[in-house]
Design a protein around this ligand. Structure first.
Ligand code: PGA
Length: 242
């Protein structure tokens, strides 16, 4: 794992956006894996800026998002579909036909998961997967003790994740308890992985991801086995425990 330490959230986003846009400049038909949450918001903002300045063009890219809540429709402001539209897709030139986000409203979740995985495979896998890390060491919605070999699947969210994500909902009772997530194996199949971490509350998870044993109790620890991971971490997420 290559670790790049930066001073703050802004620097992390600047570096991450340039990393992603460089991938697209070199390989315009890149398959990009996107993440949601607070962490990558600044990176998406920076990507919008790079697009506005004509530095990068996304028209030939394909995208896959890591996860989506079960039971939220695309137009629900708390859905990850909505998040991606309002943070990135509405402002840059991705081809709508090439955007993929799991359908949390599917009447057959198992079928949806299999079809999602098959589409990723048909595209030749993900070239660059962007990841945040949860306070409990999750990546995507792969909560502690998930099977390393899991592909895209239905997950039951951890209490800690529900509490952490409640800040996006009117009340904690409205946070969905289930989601569709790419599995750890789907993530590990990506050719390159870019992990972002910012803030003191991530420090313990970052430490365990980088230095801890590779165990399902810390899903992100599996990234130690991936040959091409770059972690961009700011001082607060690094200093406190590392
Ligand atoms: P956050 O979530 O960026 O909102 O902290 C990260 C994650 O859960 O992957």
């Amino acid at each position: 794992m290559r670790i790049i330490k930066v001073s703050n959230y802004e620097e992390m986003n600047d570096l991450a956006a340039h990393y992603i846009s460089s991938q697209v400049m070199l390989h315009p038909k890149s398959v990009l894996g996107f993440a949601t949450g607070s962490t990558p918001m600044g990176t998406y903002e920076k990507l919008r800026e790079l697009y506005r300045k004509n530095i990068v063009c996304f028209s030939q890219c394909t995208t896959f998002n890591l996860d989506e809540y079960i039971g939220l429709s695309k137009d629900n402001p708390q859905s990850y579909s909505y998040y991606m539209q309002s943070n990135l897709f509405d402002y840059v030139n991705f081809d709508r036909q090439k955007i993929h986000i799991p359908n949390g409203m599917s009447p057959d979740i198992k079928k949806e998961c299999l079809a999602y995985e098959a589409t990723i495979e048909k595209m030749g896998g993900i070239d660059l997967q962007l990841l945040g890390i949860g306070r409990n060491g999750h990546i995507g919605f792969n909560e502690p003790d998930v099977k390393f070999e899991a592909m895209t699947h239905e997950v039951i969210l951890d209490e800690g994740t529900i509490t952490a994500n409640a800040r996006f909902f009117p009340s904690i009772d409205e946070v969905p308890k289930r989601a569709i997530s790419m599995g750890l194996k789907s993530i590990m199949h990506a050719h390159k992985i870019l992990v972002l971490a910012s803030g003191e509350e991530k420090a313990e998870a970052v430490y365990n991801m980088v230095y801890g044993p590779v165990i399902p109790g810390v899903p992100a620890s599996v990234l130690q086995l991936h040959p091409d991971v770059v972690l961009i971490v700011d001082e607060t997420a690094w200093k406190s425990v590392c």
